[in-house]
Design a protein around this ligand. Structure first.
Ligand code: SAM
Length: 300
């Protein structure tokens, strides 16, 4: 082992868990919003962390970016206007822009330094930033949504940090009320909803807040994400109207998007939930049968 060998470790007191990667720190800076670090790791390429939490790695980011974009977009009948709140590493934006039906994709990221560092260390995530359909807006997503034109958005993707610091206000009824107002009648919202193993109470509270804000249905889906606590992550989709999610799973269209994890099978499987998770979601009737997306966690 050479002298400069070290390890990145994220120890989470609340869950009594830790995740480590062998490597060394290349860059660190404190912005008005958070502390950003870049690590060169031995086996996961570059790693970006924010306030000590893993955000994105070269090796496994595709798991998250594909599942946080294609599942919701292929669950909407015609997602033309998409807004991403957070997502400063531009990976979600890049996946969204693979959909030809998307006419406009706006990324609302509070901290421009995240994007500038992503351009330097994760250029493969930024290849579509110059797409004429893309708008990179730097500002608070909470205020942006308050000011959004009512009934103008098809899909909102909340790709934020954990519910602390600048992201705390993105998890709650107040923000969801502004999202509902900004969404079109058949609009969908998806939000990264942490780990079904470690954060089930948070997921339950998120779904309850979404429904209290007026969303008719909530749907949980899950996927692997190695660098996040427990390695098992989730997304929560909220729909304004109580109709089954669309299922646009044309094989040729999916193949054209050149994805590595996402396909029709992983899309459907992602909605198949373990019994203990179903039991924890009040009003849940998201079917125990895999791929039955018609059912969902209904209001009331
Ligand atoms: N995939 C990561 C995860 O699940 O933790 C998130 C990646 S992305 C880097 C998270 C981004 O959310 C950060 O760049 C952070 O600056 C941004 N963010 C946090 N709060 C925000 C807010 N209120 N408005 C806009 N962006 C915000």
């Amino acid at each position: 082992m050479t002298l400069d060998q070290s390890w990145f470790s994220e120890a989470v007191e609340a869950t009594g868990t830790a995740f480590s990667l062998k490597g060394h720190k290349l860059h660190e800076e404190r912005t008005p919003y958070q502390k950003i670090e870049i690590w060169q790791t031995e086996t996961f390429g570059y790693l970006m962390t924010i306030d000590g939490c893993t955000m994105v790695s070269t090796r496994d980011n595709f798991l998250y970016h594909e599942m946080m974009s294609h599942v919701v977009l292929n669950s909407h009948p015609n997602p033309q206007n998409v807004v991403i709140v957070g997502g400063g590493d531009c990976g979600t934006l890049s996946e969204v822009l693979k959909h030809p039906e998307v006419k406009a994709a706006t990324q609302v990221e509070i901290d421009e330094r995240v994007t500038r560092l992503a351009e330097q260390y994760f250029p493969e995530l930024c290849t579509r930033n110059a797409d004429p359909r893309a708008t990179l807006f730097f500002g608070d997503g909470i205020q942006w949504m308050k000011d959004a034109e009512p009934g103008s958005i098809d899909v909102i993707i909340i790709d934020s940090t954990d519910p602390v610091g600048p992201a705390e206000g993105l998890f709650g009824k107040r923000f969801y009320l502004d999202c509902i107002k900004a969404l079109k009648p058949d609009g969908l919202l998806v939000q990264q909803s942490e780990s079904p193993l470690l954060h089930l109470d948070l997921i339950r509270d998120m779904h309850a807040a979404m429904r209290e804000a007026g969303f008719a249905r909530t749907h949980l889906f899950h996927f692997p994400q190695v660098i996040y606590p427990s390695g098992w992550w989730s997304g929560s989709i909220a729909s304004k109207i109580a109709v089954p999610l669309a299922e646009r799973l044309d094989d040729l269209a999916i193949q054209a998007m050149d994805t590595r994890f996402y396909n029709g099978g992983t899309h459907r499987a992602a909605f198949a939930l373990p019994g203990y998770v179903l039991s924890a979601l009040p009003g849940s009737d998201q079917s125990r049968q895999p791929a039955d997306q018609g059912a969902a966690c209904r209001t009331g």
